[in-house]
Design a protein around this ligand. Structure first.
Ligand code: ADP
Ligand code: MG
Length: 733
């Protein structure tokens, strides 16, 4: 076996489990110990500062500079007490990862001594040298400054890197010198605010006590683990997070023995370790299990307010990566690390919760509460119907293209699954309400009671599961399943909040207009909902979303099926996007277009890195291995001729030499052709043109090249093959 692959496999085989020492037997003993929680605030802040913090967290009130000084001092005291030596503004630039710039508390004084200092100014605003973060042209280099500004609604936390070096992290938004947003968080916060305003108004139809509504998010994070040594022996995993080559393992996921199977010890230790770190950071991880593909796993928290949940997911992805290294693993968050087995997603469970403790997508115990439920339920469906394309754009990435539209969970066609119980309810509602005319009180009351009787208190156990739907109602929440595993779910959440907010505002206008015309409110609500049901029929689909028939049916219904990122991203610069995202103030026109450019650029660069890596692997690893083997076989042919005695049938030997030569020649041609296209694709002036060129001219070579390389893997002598094979990546751990 080539020495690299051999050593890697041996190393991976000989690893022993790294034991994890839990801080205590009960998670509750250390949960959120590294978070500046409300409790910690109460202990460290003056009454005035504490109230100011609460006002800011709960109703977005501005914090005075003088109070900010007090808060900073308290945070510093708390953090130093926990062993922190520095602080950083933690933010989520458009790269999709998180970013941090550390400063030490230590401040030298004239006397040659120094003190630990952290001022209100340093807490509230920082100026990281942001010139290398993607900005889509929002910052010319001469004004390359970017600012981070404190988001008090997300608590500060202490991050530990390695065994020492603790840092106080302040969650912040990231804006340019000109005030343009350059991150995922600021638009998310704006969308939450919009949704809150729109939803509170509607809630007040049913309950005057509702004064606050927050979108809630519970994500489910899927990931793969591979041994570190094997990871390093695969250039493609190192540069792209996915395998660009690799013949399928004879045993893959077909026995279905991995799903919910027992967790291997080394993996279990890893999970325990990152969960413990997560718990200390207040991340409510609760669920862990094996996933369908070999080497694939999932974890999920208890849901929380969307902004916090997004921060926690970003933080967790970072933690998972760091902790994996401790265990000599690499975590693969890519949407499709391996061909032929399942990819990874990040289901976004989304709902709305009120200050009165109600989940607005949970059916109620009374007819009135069920009308409220239906109102939010149907408005969400209507919003998805109107803006399905924007949801599609929100989940577009080079990695996710391998799932969406590639015969794999979920398809690129956005549709909504609601289950048979609610389908019946909607059918009846549509049927029973007269098109025109007013309803009398009796009719209304009957109808409400009727609906109520049809909706069970606990839909959770009643909702049939449709695993193929990209957007499914699961009893008391919608589950947006098409989000990619590596994505910052802030974007998907921003768009979802925005379209539902817009929809609820329109709903309110329509209801009020009917009321002005003399209709009673409940009657007006029912009548508008009825129309929404009729209007949104095309988005509802209960069948198999992977089937060919659905593709055809969806086309008839006028639903888009956009399979690649550059084309999906275009939805962001349509008039419709402008209406719902710009007029609402979530993005400025410039900000939206800048994002479009950044994401196009990112797509192009990712494909470029993959193309470069692929060419390199083929040229320096695959072809040389094939040639070596060909020499051996050719040697055997010659010996056969010399001694007139053949190891293999003589014709077979010759055929093998020829097959090897054919693959090598084709690979060489394809790789050269791809490299030419790659050079051309980088030429156009706009990011959009380049992205499309990479998508349409460069990427198609990937599969062709892979076919020949994988065919070689299947015939070249195993000990000559340089790259860890799928079976090793899957099963050695
Ligand atoms: P599944 O069957 O999909 O595994 P679970 O009941 O385990 O469903 O929940 C999956 C995720 O949904 C969890 O992260 C959970 O916190 C989240 N979730 C539950 N209720 C809500 C809600 N009201 N809003 C947002 N997320 C929720
Ligand atoms: Mg789920």
């Amino acid at each position: 076996m080539t020495s690299h692959r051999f050593k890697a496999t041996e190393q991976a085989q000989n690893r022993s489990r790294i034991d994890v020492k839990l801080p205590s037997e009960k998670v509750s003993d250390y949960f959120a110990q590294n978070v500046f929680t409300t409790d910690a605030m109460r202990r460290y802040l003056s009454q005035e500062a504490f109230e100011s913090m609460m006002g800011s967290i709960h109703s977005g009130q501005k914090i005075d500079r003088s109070v900010a000084d007090q808060i900073a001092a308290a945070m510093k005291e708390w953090a130093i007490g926990k062993g922190a030596t520095s602080y950083c503004h933690w933010f989520q630039p458009l790269t999709g990862a998180t970013a941090e710039k550390h400063d030490t508390f230590f401040t030298p004084l004239d006397s040659g001594r120094g003190i630990e200092a952290f001022s209100g100014d340093a807490l509230v605003q920082q100026e990281p040298d942001g010139s290398s973060f993607p900005s889509g042209g929002l910052r010319a280099t001469f004004e390359a400054r970017g600012y981070t500004a404190w988001d008090p609604s997300s608590p500060a936390f202490i991050m530990m890197v390695g065994t020492s070096g603790k840092t106080l992290c302040i969650p912040t938004i990231f804006v340019s010198f000109t005030g343009d947003s350059l991150d995922y968080k600021a638009p998310l916060l704006k969308s939450q605010h919009l949704l809150e305003t729109a939803a509170v108004d509607i809630c007040n139809y049913f309950d005057r006590n509702v004064s606050k509504v927050v979108p809630t998010l519970g994500w489910e994070q899927e990931y793969f683990l591979v041994d570190e040594a094997l990871f390093y022996a695969r250039p493609d995993l190192m540069t792209s997070g996915r395998t660009l080559l690799g013949s399928p393992s004879v045993k893959g996921q077909q026995l279905e023995d991995h799903y919910f199977g027992s967790i291997p010890e080394r993996v279990y230790a890893y999970m325990l370790d990152f969960e413990t770190e997560a718990h200390k950071l207040g991340i409510t991880i609760r669920t862990r299990h094996n996933e369908v593909a070999p080497g694939q796993y999932e974890c999920a928290p208890v849901f929380s307010e969307a902004n916090i949940a997004v921060d926690h997911n970003q933080l967790l992805m970072d933690l998972m990566d760091r902790v994996a290294r401790r265990h000599k693993f690499r975590v693969l968050l890519h949407e499709k690390p391996f061909a032929g087995v399942n990819g990874s997603g990040k289901h976004n469970n989304w709902s709305m919760g009120t200050n009165t403790g109600k989940n607005l997508l949970s059916p109620g115990k009374t007819p009135k509460n069920n009308l409220r439920f239906l109102t939010f339920f149907i408005n969400t469906i209507k919003a998805v119907n109107e803006y399905a394309d924007l949801l599609r754009a929100a989940i577009a990435s080079a990695g996710n293209d391998h799932r969406l539209g590639a015969n794999e969970a979920p398809p690129a066609i956005i549709s909504v699954f609601i289950g048979s119980t609610l389908t019946d309810v909607l059918d009846e509602l549509e049927d029973k309400i007269k098109k025109g005319g007013k309803m009398d009180e009796m009719e209304k009351a009957e109808l409400k009671l009727d609906i109520h009787n049809k909706i069970p208190d606990l839909l959770l156990d009643n909702t049939d599961r449709n695993r193929t739907s990209p957007f499914a109602f699961t009893g008391n929440k919608f589950e947006f399943r098409a989000v990619g595993s590596s994505a910052n779910c802030g974007l998907a959440m921003t768009i979802l909040n925005a379209i539902v907010a817009k929809q609820l505002t329109e709903f309110k206008d329509e209801v009020e207009n009917l009321v002005k015309e003399g209709e009673k409110r409940d009657g007006a609500i029912l009548r508008v909902l009825r129309r929404y049901i009729s209007d949104s029929r095309r988005i509802l689909f209960e069948g198999d979303n992977y089937s060919k028939e659905w593709e055809e049916e969806a086309a008839r219904r006028g639903l888009n099926n956009v399979k690649t990122t550059p084309h999906a991203l275009k939805f962001f610069i349509t008039e419709k996007a402008e209406k719902v995202l710009v007029e609402s103030g979530i993005y400025s026109h410039r900000e939206l277009h800048a994002r479009f450019d950044v994401w196009m650029e990112q797509y192009q660069r990712k494909i470029d890195i993959e193309a470069g890596t692929l060419a390199d692997m083929v040229t320096t690893q695959v072809i040389p291995a094939a040639i070596k083997y060909q020499q051996i076989v050719a040697g055997a042919v010659r010996t056969s001729m010399d001694i007139g005695y053949t190891a293999l049938d003589f014709q077979q030997e010759l055929k093998l030499v020829k097959t090897l030569a054919d693959h090598v020649n084709t690979l060489k041609k394809l790789t050269d052709a791809m490299e030419t296209e790659r050079t051309n694709a980088a030429k156009p002036d706009t990011a959009e043109e380049r992205a499309i060129a990479y998508c349409e001219k460069v990427k198609p070579y990937f599969d062709q090249i892979r076919q020949h390389a994988d065919a070689l893997e299947e015939i070249v002598a195993d000990d000559l093959w340089p790259l860890p094979k799928y079976r090793e990546l899957f099963f050695v751990r």
